[in-house]
Design a protein around this ligand. Structure first.
Ligand code: IMP
Ligand code: MG
Length: 174
């Protein structure tokens, strides 16, 4: 897929290094626990696959699929849960895994929803965070990289369904 994106923002080598560090942090923080990792599809699928292998703990995985309805330029905060978790998270330590946090409105809704099941704790893991815009009402516990407010693709992130299979994170051509 050469020539379809303008700038490589984060190389595959940097992604690998940073995810290894994140995995080590999580392993340390959750020592003696058995956390449930819940991935937000579809963007999380590559990050999640690498992150779980960087964690040296007995983890389980589950997935949700969420659609954000676009309201002009920004996500409106009206989100629909297309697929909910399969297994009960009551009393469990949950790590919610996202590809990117833009406004954060999607995650606010998802966490409100998951809290109804009364997990022991919920922490957020996001590979990327757009620093200037996030409206999260919950703290972002672990993130890989803070990026400028530009539209990025690759490593699971898409533009109109494409580019998820790029090994790096790249900025899409205007
Ligand atoms: P939020 O509710 O504004 O935080 O939207 C988060 C969701 O929007 C992410 O999970 C992505 O699916 C999508 N998104 C936001 N920014 C980008 C981007 O730069 N590239 C690809 N998807 C993005
Ligand atoms: Mg997403």
């Amino acid at each position: 897929m050469k020539g379809v994106y303008s700038d490589i923002l984060i190389t595959d080598i940097h992604l690998r290094e940073r995810i290894q560090e994140m995995g080590e942090m999580i392993t340390k923080d959750y020592k003696d626990e058995r956390p449930v990792m819940i991935g937000a599809l579809k963007g999380c699928f590559i990050f999640m696959a690498d992150l779980v292998r960087a964690i040296n703990l007995p983890v389980t995985v589950d997935f949700m699929e969420i659609s954000s309805y676009e309201n002009e330029k920004e996500s409106s905060g009206i989100v629909k849960i297309l697929k909910d978790v399969k297994y009960s998270i009551q009393g469990k330590h949950v790590l919610l895994v996202e590809d990117i946090i833009d406004t954060g409105l999607t995650l606010n809704h998802v966490i409100d929803h998951l809290k109804l099941q009364k997990p022991a704790s919920i922490k957020i893991v996001s590979l990327l965070v757009k620093a200037e815009k996030h409206k999260m009402k919950y703290p972002i516990d672990y993130f890989g990289f803070e990026i400028e407010d530009r539209f990025v693709v690759g490593y699971g992130l898409d533009y109109q369904g494409y580019y998820r299979n790029l090994e790096c994170v790249a900025v899409i051509e205007e």
